[in-house]
Design a protein around this ligand. Structure first.
Ligand SMILES: *Cc1c(COP(=O)(O)O)cnc(C)c1O
Length: 232
């Protein structure tokens, strides 16, 4: 695809995803402004990421820190979301580029971010990644680790926990993801009651299941394939 073709295909896909978000919100009686589309650019070049930003998408996501460094340099004026594992030795270089870390997946990462946030003197906005599906291949805190974690959160002055994130098990049938999304919402509600923290964000839903996620309360949907399939 040449650049103008890329732009027109992407514009059409963005419009289509946005229309599907609006329709899912209507089914759930939600305001579409309560759902942010995070375009996951991990499979495409900085050039394609720049085009999607020019089309008005202000939130872009990457799962690997090194890729994020590269793309944040090429596309600086957007909110970058880190949605994959952050190695502790990459915290210093990554955090200044990122608006929200979705993928705090262990105590070690939480402690490293807390230390960095304290050192720089402002708390880092994060989500806690939760393994709702119980699959061993998936990262994140186990469900039964969340309440003990919540009880410790007030001691972490270097991070601000804004909510929870999960990845459902992959399936051709998006309805099968619904229980995992409902579980994340219920855990958020329970944790919020217990800690008094404002856990407003639920990052859940990808290309194959984002509409179900919105019906279950997602505030951030992370979409790659549906936008960028066939591009590089
Ligand atoms: C790649 C990725 C996505 C996007 O997945 P698609 O199915 O391509 O939309 C969302 N979230 C995370 C954590 C990812 O790694």
């Amino acid at each position: 695809m040449d650049d103008s073709e890329l732009r027109s295909v992407l514009a059409e896909r963005v419009a289509n995803v946005q229309a599907r978000i609006v329709a899912a919100c209507a089914r759930a009686n939600r305001d579409p402004a309560s759902v942010t589309l995070v375009a996951v650019t991990k499979t495409v070049s900085p050039k394609v990421a720049a085009i999607v930003a020019e089309l008005g998408i202000r939130d872009l996501g990457e799962s690997r820190p090194q890729e994020l460094w590269k793309k944040a340099e090429a596309v600086p004026n957007v909110n970058w979301h880190l949605i994959g594992h952050l190695q502790r030795n990459k915290v210093d270089r990554t955090i200044p580029l990122v608006a929200l870390v979705h993928s705090v997946d262990s105590d070690r990462v939480l402690e490293a971010l807390d230390a960095f946030g304290r050192k720089r003197g402002s708390a880092i906005p994060v989500l806690i990644e939760v393994n709702c599906s119980g699959e061993e291949s998936k990262g994140g805190f186990a469900l039964d680790a969340l309440i003990p974690l919540g009880d410790k959160l007030p001691t972490f002055a270097g991070v601000t926990v804004r909510g929870l994130m999960t990845m459902a098990a992959y399936s051709d049938d998006p309805q099968l993801a619904r229980p995992a999304f409902a579980t994340l919402r219920e855990m958020r509600n329970a944790l919020q009651m217990r800690t008094g923290l404002a856990l407003t964000e639920l990052s859940m839903g990808m290309s194959n299941d984002f509409e179900v996620a919105i019906e279950e309360g997602a505030t951030l949907v992370r979409i790659g394939t549906t936008l960028f399939e066939g591009m590089s």
